[in-house]
Write a protein that binds this ligand. Structure first.
Ligand SMILES: [Zn+2]
Length: 315
């Protein structure tokens, strides 16, 4: 069975898995890395992590990379990255990896990869029409229709975090005002809780714990948060009409507290089509591994049939 490596480059760390075609994890490794330290630091850590995984599994045939930023999945170039990843924009990520490790490589945006992972091995199994939202420091998003990611003409498809929820609302780091990210991310929840309750919460877990104890102020914060999230999901339903909207990110851990509030604000048909991500912080690695497997499959179909039309489908 073919083996590949899938790595996920996040804001505070890099994770990697050796996975076989059946989705079985053969090895796992991680590095704490502050992405803001810049390109050379990230690439150095990425190099060491992949070398470590390859040493134990020399039969690995390809490498897939999930990264923040807008990635041209055809060429493997980072076409846009914020200052959170200094020097990242313009990097030829798959070319770098191919030269560094002598392996075929593929790269994609981390939210796209998370959706690929969930579609393959997580809560989206068997459903070819999916939307993913990851609620963390920001809001990541990805769309899939008929088993294919809708990456968009400029590689920013599925960027629900920067769809406008409140016209003229809070300024966003993208330059617009009122983006969904400013209301339904984990960071936005924390800020809302501080503003609305006057408490000095330092982590979302504290808000969830207070709400879980029946604290009225904390519950009011979650009412606001889930009302905004319901609006975002309603817009997704109207524009994509997916079989499932998958919600991932740190806030999922405490979903027992807020999920019923969200479900109560959605029309019942749509409420049944919202589900929590299952693969937690490994989703991006699994999706990156899937990209690597697709790359191998394309390469071998070119060799055998002289055609690259064959594609893997999900579902
Ligand atoms: Zn924005």
């Amino acid at each position: 069975m073919r083996q590949v490596i899938g790595v996920d480059i996040g804001g505070t760390g890099i994770k990697g898995l050796v996975v076989d075609e059946g989705g079985t994890v053969l090895a796992e490794a991680g590095r704490e890395t502050e992405a803001r330290l810049g390109r050379e630091v990230i690439l150095g850590q990425l190099h060491r992590l992949v070398k470590e995984l390859l040493t134990g599994h020399p039969e690995v045939g390809a490498l897939g990379i999930a990264s923040a930023g807008r990635i041209n999945a055809d060429s493997g170039e980072v076409v846009y990255a914020t200052d959170n990843l200094p020097g990242w924009q313009g990097l030829q990520l798959t070319q770098w990896a191919a030269a560094e490790f002598g392996l075929p490589a593929a790269a994609d945006n981390d939210a796209n990869a998370a959706l690929l992972g969930e579609a393959w091995l997580g809560t989206g199994r068997g459903k070819p029409s999916l939307v993913m939202l990851t609620l963390g420091t920001g809001v990541g998003g990805a769309n899939m229709a008929d088993g294919r990611l809708l990456r968009g003409a400029g590689w920013s498809g599925g960027d629900w975090g920067h769809s406008v929820l409140v016209p003229g609302g809070r300024p966003c780091n993208c330059g617009k005002r009122g983006c969904a990210e400013q209301y339904v991310s984990g960071s936005a929840l924390l800020r809302l809780a501080r503003e609305q309750t006057g408490s000095t919460y330092t982590h979302g877990r504290e808000i969830m714990a207070a709400a879980g104890r029946g604290d009225a102020a904390a519950l009011a914060v979650l009412e606001r948060f889930t009302a905004d999230l319901a609006q975002v999901i309603d817009n997704i339903g109207a524009s994509i009409d997916p079989e499932l909207v998958i919600i991932g990110g740190g806030v999922i851990e405490a979903r027992a507290v807020w999920w019923p509030l969200l479900a109560g604000k959605l029309e019942s048909g749509l409420a049944r089509r919202v589900a929590a991500a299952e693969l937690s912080n490994r989703a991006g690695c699994f999706g990156a591994a899937r990209l690597a497997l697709e790359r191998l499959r394309r390469d071998s179909s070119v060799e055998s049939y002289g055609s690259d039309k064959e594609e893997m489908e999900y579902g």
